[in-house]
Structure formats: C-alpha cells, structure tokens
Design a protein around this ligand. Structure first.
Ligand code: IPM
Ligand code: MG
Length: 362
C-alpha cells in the first residue's frame, strides 16, 4: 500500500518545520510498513524566485496525483509588493481551488500543561476543545466579480461574497459529521442580519441539520462569535463558518492556546487532502532554528488520520506532543511556560524519540 506525499516547505520557517515533519513521516512509514514516498517541491516565494510563478503547473499536478500534501507556509515581505496573481499566497489559493479543498478543519485544543500560556485567565480557557470548520473555496476569496477597475475616473476595488446552496450543503455536512464524533453541537456563524449570502447560509444549514437530530444547531452572528470566543470559549464544540469569517475567527481562536504556533489544520475535498500549520512563514524568525514545529507535526497527525487512514500513527504523534509538553518542553515562543526550551530541530528529535519509546509498535 505505497503512498505518495508531496512536501511543499514554501517560505520562511516553513522550510524548517517541514524538515522536522519529514523525520516523523519517515519513521512512522517504516514502523507501520506504509511505504510512504515523499517528494519535495517549490511553492510560494521560493517558486516565484525560481520560475516567476507562485506554483508551477507540474507541482499542482504532482499534488493532484498524491495521497496528501504537507505545506509549511508561504509569503514574506520580499514579495509584498508583487501584483495579486504573483504573490506567494496565490499558490495556496490555487492549490485549494484546484484540489477542491472546500473543507478546512482547524482544531483548537488547550493543553492542560499550557493553560497559563493563554492571554486569557486559565479558568476561562480551561477545557477548551473546539473545531473550526471553515469553508475554503468560496465566499469573498473566490467570488466573481473581483478586481480593481476604474469607474467614472476613480479606482474601485470589488470582492464578491457568493455562496450557492450545494457549496453550503457540503460544508454543513462536514461540520455535522465532525460534531457526531465530538460533543454534538454545531455553532453556525454568519452575518444573516445584513448579508444575503448569510441568509442563504442559515437556511441551508438548517435544512442539513434536519438530517442530524442528534446534533444541536445554534446560529450566531460573527461579531458576537468574536466576542464569545474571548468571553466563554468552552461553550463551543464545532464552529461552522464561511471562508473569510473562518480566516479571522480561527486566528482569534488560535490565541486561546497562547500561541498560533501550536495549531494544525487539514484541508479536505474529494481528492488528496492538504495539511498545514495555521501560523504563517514568520520571516522575522526564519532560518534561526527557533520556530515551533508542533503545529506542523500535529498537522502530520491529521494527515495520517484523514488521508492515510492510519489512526494509530496519528495518535502516536498526538500523544507524543502531549507528553513532551507536559514534561515541560517547548520552543522559544512558549519559553515562559517551559522548563526546557528547545530549538526547532531539537523539538523534532524530542517528538521522534518520544514516539519511539512510548508508541504502540505493531
Ligand atoms: C490562512 C491564511 C491564508 C488565508 C492566506 C495566507 C492566504 O491566512 O490559511 O488562514 O487567508 O486563507
Ligand atoms: Mg488566516
């Protein structure tokens, strides 16, 4: 059952964290006889420098033919002034669209050992375990018309928030299915008091909810959700929302854990899934071996779970992360909450060593 994984380290710390991920993938592949083959390709700024395109057609093709894609991060100040279609982020958007990755899962878990790391009081974040289910291929990011044009002698910028019923239905199904495996509550977040796309969203989500009588549906306006995430985050189980709201709320939710450096994500569609840490390329700390690789390693766990159908390997990684954290190890971003501060590569090695000594070797 050989498997192909495309590695796209991308830019900045993406390169360092994906290097650590590869160590873990290679080890688990061997341990479970999975014959995983990895291939590394350029994406984002790295690809722009090399060939002038954010991602080459042949790289997109390789991704389509793979079983899963692991992406580090794209972007950096060097490419900030590039035109919209030549920005590193375009690589990400193109891959999301061409691989049909409409379902973006961003789990937010506050580890017991890191309750103090949150900027919120420990009793507020106690027990937070939520999942943001973000629609990823529609809404403002992709809706047409889009662009800057001239109207009556002045420049006008337009983006369109557009959703069709089938687009809403499939992401709602993903959220309800996810809720079934959790605490059975979906909070659908919209702006239905103002936006037409949100009114259709709310109606469509309600119709899907009818097929899930065991799951509770609650609707919440996005501004209220932004507030509730800070006021009482443990009320949430699954947050279902459209692309742009999900982008913003997931960064906010990430901070409940104290560091965006800890959060993994999975982007799923009908073909290969793409996995990436929620943090960006962090150009300010790139190349110093201090970035936190845990979000990427947790993303690899999601990859084993959803794309490689290997729950045990996923759990090996997740329990190693949890153990290493509760043993007091962390990286520089979390140094105030760690007894031992590790570099990026030391953290990779520590997780690997922990998997080797504590995992279930079958
Ligand atoms: C994210 C990022 C991306 C997004 C950017 C880099 C295009 O912020 O994955 O949340 O806006 O989706
Ligand atoms: Mg974002």
């Amino acid at each position: 059952m050989s498997k192909r994984i495309v590695l796209l380290p991308g830019d900045g710390i993406g390169v360092e964290v994906v290097r650590e991920a590869k160590k873990i993938i290679d080890y688990l592949s061997e341990r479970y006889g999975m014959e995983i083959r990895t291939g590394t390709y350029l994406a984002g700024g790295a690809s722009l420098e090399n060939c002038g395109e954010p991602v080459k057609d042949e790289v997109v093709e390789a991704c389509k033919k793979s079983d899963a894609v692991l992406l580090g991060a794209v972007g950096g100040p060097r490419w900030d002034d590039f035109p919209a279609d030549k920005r590193p982020e375009k690589a990400l958007l193109r891959l999301r669209k061409e691989l049909g990755l409409y379902n973006n899962l961003r789990p937010v878990t506050v580890f017991d050992s890191l309750k103090d790391a949150s900027p919120l009081r420990p009793e507020v974040v106690d027990g937070v375990d939520l999942l943001v289910v973000r629609e990823l291929t529609g809404g403002l990011y992709f809706g047409q018309p889009k662009g800057i044009s001239e109207e009556n002698g002045t420049e006008v910028g337009v983006d369109t928030m557009r959703y069709s019923v089938p687009e809403i239905e499939r992401i709602a199904v993903a959220a309800f299915e996810a809720a079934r495996g959790r605490r059975k509550k979906v909070t659908s977040v919209d702006k239905a008091n103002i936006l037409a796309s949100s009114q259709l969203w709310r109606k469509t989500v309600a119709s899907i909810a009818g097929n899930y009588p065991d799951v509770t549906l609650e609707n919440m306006l996005v501004d209220n959700c932004a507030m509730q995430l800070i006021r009482n985050p443990s009320q949430f189980d699954v947050i279902l929302t459209e692309n742009m709201f999900g982008d913003i709320l997931s960064d906010e939710a990430a901070m409940l854990t104290g560091s965006i450096g800890m959060l993994p994500s999975a982007s799923l569609g009908d073909g290969p899934g793409m996995y990436e840490p929620v943090h960006g390329s962090a150009p300010d700390i790139a190349g110093q071996d201090i970035a936190n690789p845990l979000a990427t390693l947790a993303s690899v766990a999601l990859m084993f779970r959803y794309s490689l159908n290997h729950e045990q390997a996923a759990r090996d990684i997740e329990s190693a992360i949890s153990k290493v954290l509760s043993d007091g190890y962390n990286c520089k971003d979390m140094s105030r909450h760690a007894r031992h501060v590790l570099s990026t590569s030391e953290m990779g090695d520590k997780i690997l060593e922990t998997i080797k000594t504590t995992g279930d070797s079958k």
